[in-house]
Design a protein around this ligand. Structure first.
Ligand SMILES: [Cu+2]
Length: 167
């Protein structure tokens, strides 16, 4: 029985490690390579549009606006990455950095010095307060199973996920 448990744990972690290496979500894009600009508006708790179609290799500039009452995130990743990111966001919320209606940027800076994950500077996402605007330039090369979602605690669960197809 102990052996089986060990085996299970081994397989479980091996498969995660394997998936980690294969996170094909594309990469940070260059302004000079932008072929399309897409405006995205975030509401409580959904995106407009909530469905995207990308061509493999194309570089998109996303102009994101938060028109909701709550803080929202526009995060280009895949399901597994969102699952990994959510505890970080939860931690930011527990530390009073990520509030329902705002972000404590001062606290974020201070905390980020001790714990990098509290800085929330990822090239694949923007975290915006209500009425704020942000931008991401993303190149969809080698991108599969893309999911665009918001990882503010509870929002993913509430369905703040946009479908994305890359072909
Ligand atoms: Cu949200």
């Amino acid at each position: 029985m102990k052996f089986l448990k060990t085996l299970f744990v081994l397989i479980f972690f091996t498969s995660f490690a394997y998936a980690d290496k294969n996170m094909k979500i594309g990469s940070k894009g260059k302004e000079s390579e932008v072929s399309r600009v897409i405006k995205v508006v975030m509401y409580d708790n959904y995106y407009e549009p909530n469905q995207f179609q990308f061509k493999s290799g194309e570089t998109i500039k996303f102009q994101v606006e938060n028109a909701g009452m709550l803080v929202h995130e526009f995060n280009i990743a895949n399901k597994m990455m969102h699952m990994k990111h959510q505890p970080e966001m939860q931690k930011m919320a527990e530390n009073g950095i990520l509030l329902a209606f705002s972000i404590d940027k001062e606290k974020m800076k201070k905390m980020a010095k001790m714990d990098k994950s509290m800085g929330h500077s990822h090239s694949n996402s923007v975290l915006l307060e209500p009425k704020q605007k942000g931008e991401i330039i993303w190149k969809f090369d080698n991108a599969v199973n893309i999911e665009i979602a918001c990882n503010v605690p509870g929002h993913y669960q509430a369905g703040m996920i946009a479908k994305a197809n890359v072909d």
